[in-house]
Design a protein around this ligand. Sequence first.
Ligand code: IDP
Ligand code: MG
Length: 140
Amino acid sequence: MTTERTFSIIKPDATRRNLTGAVTKLLEEAGLRVVASKRIHLSLRQAEEFYGVHRERPFFNDLVSFMISGPVVVQVLEGDNAVAKNRDVMGATNPANADAGTIRKELAESIEANSVHGSDSLENAATEIAFFFKPDEIVG
Ligand code: IDP
Ligand code: MG
């Protein structure tokens, strides 16, 4: 087992429906520990840069508009194999395809408004954590 840190966003569809606690409960029950957390409103520039890898995808502009449509909660999660564990508890990108008990199956609204972001690799996790947090804001 390897202790890792990964990066999570509770998206605007979830904060709008007052589900910050419900999402966090499922993360914690999966064995992940919240070691940093803040509620912010992404700027257009931040959202475009964060999702820059998807710039050429047809849904890019809608995704950016959605991500700045309300507050988000950015979090650093710590645990054994945290990157894969978080992806497991998130469920498939499209909630219609997600397994029962996952965040997206239980809480998400649609393939776009799917309640959570999670890093897809340890390398991307480090980049995404550094995008939002200074080292002294993370307390393990
Ligand atoms: P992931 O969040 O499961 O890693 P990605 O493929 O990285 O999925 O897509 C990033 C985000 O873009 C998704 O979480 C979702 O909000 C949005 N998205 C992905 N595919 C579509 C789509 O086909 N239509 C609309 N939005 C999409
Ligand atoms: Mg992704």
